[in-house]
Ligand binder design. Structure first.
Ligand code: PGA
Length: 253
């Protein structure tokens, strides 16, 4: 059985002390239930400024990986406010989330931007979590597969493979709304994504496809048991160690 990737996207939340407390609680929870590590890989993506505190709190404990929520498409230089993939890798991160719908919405990111960022991230040996997903009106029109197919073909660079890339299917209408997609819709979309990846990559069957969008302890068991769901990208519920670990426990069943 492939291990599920249980990934927390902390977004722009919490104080430095909150992040320190959260990572300590996550690590203690895993320590108290080590069987989780047989079924799950763990990742947390704190705000950039809290990455060092998380790294420090982990003291080299590799039961939880950590990553960033974005990176620049440029290697270095005059990019005020940006953070390069190399800096992220240098700070000990293994992963970077790219193309989250909040970045597409608030920062005008396009598939082309995401592709360039992913290329940079791969050059720095980061694993990219590339987010795709349709908006509510697109689902209402029934064009969700076209939307996601376009995002995959536009955002995945030639450097992508199953080792350095994860896809997160996050329907925009399910993010932070408490309304997750149904297991049936997730099964159908993840199957579709798998077929799309097969056209593009040789090792596509090994590439993880995560579901994200209001995943919580109550719906995690069903979602994580769905075909082609290799883990979750969890926003709100990842801010509580208890909820985050209960989601992981749901992968055991
Ligand atoms: P949510 O966020 O779990 O709060 O819906 C998921 C995400 O945006 O990655």
């Amino acid at each position: 059985m492939n291990k599920k990737l249980i990934a927390g996207n902390w977004k722009m939340n919490g104080s430095l002390d909150d992040s320190k407390g959260l990572i300590a609680d996550v690590v203690n929870g895993i320590f108290g239930s080590q069987v989780l590590l047989e079924y799950c890989d763990f990742l947390v993506c704190p705000p950039y400024l809290h990455l060092y505190a998380v790294r420090h709190a982990l003291h080299g404990n590799d039961s939880v990986a950590y990553g960033a929520q974005d990176c620049s498409a440029a290697a270095n230089g005059a990019r005020t406010g940006d953070t390069s993939a190399e800096m992220i890798a240098d700070s000990g991160c293994s992963h970077v989330i790219l193309g989250h719908s909040e970045r597409r919405q608030h920062h005008g990111e396009t598939d082309e931007t995401v592709r360039r960022k992913a290329e940079m991230a791969h050059k720095s040996n980061l694993i990219t979590i590339i987010c795709v997903g349709e908006k509510e009106e697109e689902r209402d029109l029934g064009v969700q597969e076209e939307v996601v197919a376009k995002q995959i073909s536009g955002a995945l660079p030639d450097s992508a493979n199953a080792q350095n890339t994860v896809i997160a299917y996050e329907p925009v209408w399910a993010i932070g709304t408490g309304k997750s997609a149904s297991a049936e819709d997730v099964k159908s979309m993840h199957g579709f994504i798998r077929r799309k990846l097969q056209e593009k990559l040789e090792d596509s069957n090994k590439l993880r496809i995560l579901y994200g969008g209001s995943m919580k302890p109550e719906n995690a068991k069903e979602l994580l048991a769905t075909e082609n769901v290799d883990g979750g990208l969890i926003g709100g519920a990842s801010l509580s160690a208890d909820q985050f670990l209960k989601i992981a426990q749901a992968a055991l069943a």
